[in-house]
Design a protein around this ligand. Sequence first.
Ligand SMILES: [Zn+2]
Length: 466
Amino acid sequence: MLFLVLLIGVPVGGSADDHLEVMYQKVQQVAFLHREQWQEFILRRVLRIDPATLDFAHMALSQAEMRAFPLPGERWIRSTGHPRLAYRVKRVRIRSPQDLQQAMMGGAGPLTRGQSALMTLYQTLTSEAVTRLRPFAYRRKVQVMLTDLSVIEESPVIDQITHQGRPLRAIISLDFWPMAVGVIQFSSIYFLQVGRAPDGSPQFSLCPPAFIRSNAIHEYAHTLDRMLPTVRTPLKDLIFTGFVFDSILSYLQERGSCYGKDMAHYLNEPTTPLAASLEGWAIFHEMIDSDEVAAHVRHTIERLAFERPGPVTGSFASDYEVVGWDDPRVTGPVALRVEGVQATILYRLAQETTAGWQGVCGAFGLANRNLRLIRDVLRAFVHLFPDQAATAIRIVDEETHGKLTDHELVDLFGDSSALLPLLAARGRTTPGVCSVEEAVSPSTPLVDPRSSVQTSLEGILDLPAE
Ligand SMILES: [Zn+2]
């Protein structure tokens, strides 16, 4: 499905003034589509078409349209997780909070819980937290789809009906899961929490606004990243776009995704180096926006979560083993494959060096390519801010709990003169102790600028260098 979405390249118009294009999509009806017997007969016997193939084609085309080039108006969208489930939607362009309020409620009445979440998303996307990221954007236009599922999201029916063991709520939620491949997708159902009242009836509440706001910043930050393909990515480049490349590689190697076999990813879970870099960048901006989120990320990575072998159950407790940093599986490179660790490194670089948030974004900009590892960003950072190299190296060493070997640190930062005293202080390489800060000459670039942006396919694949 992803490939169908990506293979359809459509020119995106618009000027710099309408960088953000928001579409609101109200789900008006959720239905199980079925055919009459005579229709099945004509398809099979007369036209010789397998109805399941036709359903799949409809699903792929309707999903591709929604995710790549959504147009205003009414249409049916098929579910990716249920062969007969479909949504009748009506879309309109949104240019102000008043537009959104009008589209959701017709200008009257209170918003539902889910609709409040969509309003918070819209307000965040148009707030300073996001607009200040625009100078780092390379996409001329960022499209957003806000899907309103208030017609069904608080109905107990979707918790009772199941398909292949999964409740309809989970299937619907996944059909509109937040993501930034193509058009950014958000849905109201994702932010709804379902609990139980004392009498057993379902009880709904909304996620805290800070969480909703964080989601908006996270997905927008993804659009700055060249590792995610856009609908305009040329076919010849598509396979070497980080997310696509990583997904293919992970499937070939382990029949899984870059986020593991459960397709989900957690702040403290080792994933692939590319996926950790992709997510780490987005989480970094969440941390910058909110002290609460920053504290949460830092607390979560105090222990790391490894996927257990065996089939996926859908429960975190059954699917993951959470271990301390003293676990032998937690090596330096494994720690760097944790998105929360990468985000914390970027966060501390922004907080504890004179480069600041702007400087970290500048380093990211220098390393922002189709294939990128944290190494590229770190090398770009010490290239741009040589006088901050010692602090950067110390932060990485601390956030990986001293588990990176000398060789691995050299690989991360290049043959930097700031490294030598640090390695010496670790007592494993050069004898003698001197101050890390003193050893750095602010005026001298520590790394060959070209090496800042030279992670090659061999590096990603971890092949031995020639
Ligand atoms: Zn993400």
